[in-house]
Design a protein around this ligand. Structure first.
Ligand code: ATP
Ligand code: MG
Length: 375
């Protein structure tokens, strides 16, 4: 290969695959590269036929090669990997092999389950915003939407155009999570054929699905995996506790003291499986109206009551108070979380501070590095 061809190959190979988040060279996606005079021709091997990211990848490769000095024209020959090439790539991505849960106790990823006693207190909104805030701070983040019956994460993360969650790409037995706001997202909603029908699953099926999400979804290296749980102490919460006993648990509650009892029970359940309750978030807290009045629609004291109820030998802190916020609600409705679309909104500031607190106050696991160094 000529020297120029090598430079072109390196430039094309450095392009990042938008779904797998790895350089094309590492994925074996750059085939032959020819340069004649100032005309470059690059063979691009897509992982599968009909790859949804094909156009983006091709354009990125073209742009990268065009940027090489001495190159005036670029031609991209798009082909598809052979089954053997794809198997080789998958083996490289998952050296431990398929059917392996990478989120073990000694893994570098911090797993945080977001839970609550009551429904509708803002778990999913907090999860989506926390994920975006951590990602904006430079961490690699994934969300596993474990609310199998009431999934809402795809829409909150802008991954449900016209209300229909996007379909993940499948590479043989590996599932590639769609990326929204730089966060890798997987949800049962992405696999449901008919969005009008309810997912009517019981224990074993729920367990199998969540287990499959952990083994078959390629999250790659993550600093944080956030789990959005359904409310309460049902099958999903128990399954998550069993599959991820080392995960941290964040409890979301409203300021209403009456809801504290059920939130405390959710925290106690998590502890029974060995999970660690890292703190309580109070959502829908008092907001300040434009004329400066404080409106505490849902009262006060709820989070404090939950934190006290769960504190024993170790104190469980209230990690943050997220005010009632039109911006937060609109962010949910439009698929652009408030920390992304309006970072100076009071709710966004509170959520960003919460993300910072969680990232910097992580419980160290037996002296192991948590892998929290920003990208
Ligand atoms: N701080 C807030 N200010 C205004 N609206 C909020 C706030 N937090 C959440 N909401 C709104 O309240 C509703 C419920 O929030 P969300 O879906 O996040 O709760 P949830 O606990 O995940 O619910 P479920 O139990 O059904 O899963 C949503 O419409 C959301 O936009
Ligand atoms: Mg929810």
């Amino acid at each position: 290969m000529t020297e120029l061809a090598q430079v072109v190959r390196a430039a094309a190979g450095a392009v990042i695959d938008p779904e797998l988040r790895r350089p094309l060279a590492d994925l074996g996606m750059i085939g032959e590269v020819w340069v004649e005079g100032s005309a470059a021709r690059i063979q691009l091997k897509l992982t599968i036929a009909g790859c949804p990211a094909a156009q983006t990848i091709e354009a990125d490769v073209r742009a990268a090669a065009s940027g090489v000095s001495g190159v005036d024209s670029v031609e991209v020959d798009v082909t598809v990997m052979t089954a053997e090439e794809r198997a080789e790539m998958l083996a490289r991505l998952r050296p431990e092999g398929a059917k392996h849960n990478p989120f073990t106790a000694d893994a570098l990823t911090r797993v945080i389950a977001i839970t609550s006693g009551k429904g509708g207190v803002g778990k999913s909104s907090v999860t989506a915003n926390l994920a975006c805030a951590l990602s904006l701070a430079g961490y690699r983040v994934g969300i596993l939407d474990a609310d199998v019956h009431g999934y809402s994460i795809p829409a909150l993360m802008g991954l449900a155009p016209e209300g229909i969650p996007v379909r993940p790409t499948r590479l043989d037995d590996m599932i590639v999570p769609p990326v929204g706001h730089d966060v890798k997202v997987i949800s049962i909603g992405m696999f449901v054929e008919d969005q009008a029908t309810a997912v009517a699953w019981r224990g074993p099926m729920l367990q199998r699905t969540i287990s499959q999400f952990l083994t078959d979804v390629y999250f790659g290296d993550l600093d944080f995996l956030l789990l959005d749980l359904p409310p309460g102490t049902g099958d999903v919460a128990i399954t998550v506790g069993q599959l991820l006993p080392h995960s941290d648990v964040l409890i979301v509650t409203t300021p209403q003291p009456a809801a504290a009892g059920v939130a405390i029970r959710a925290g106690m359940l998590a502890r029974q499986t060995g999970q660690r309750v890292i703190g309580v978030v109070e959502n829908m807290s008092a907001m300040t109206s434009p004329d400066g009045r404080t409106i505490d629609l849902f009262g006060t004291g709820g989070a404090q009551a939950v934190a006290e109820g769960l504190s024993g030998d170790k104190t469980v802190p209230v990690l943050g108070q997220i005010p009632l916020s039109i911006g937060l609600r609109v962010g949910g409705d439009t698929g652009v979380p408030v920390v992304v679309h309006d970072p100076s909104n009071p709710a966004a500031l509170a959520l960003t501070a919460l993300a910072h607190q969680i990232a910097t106050s992580g419980p160290s696991r037996a002296g192991k590095s948590l892998g929290l160094s920003p990208r």
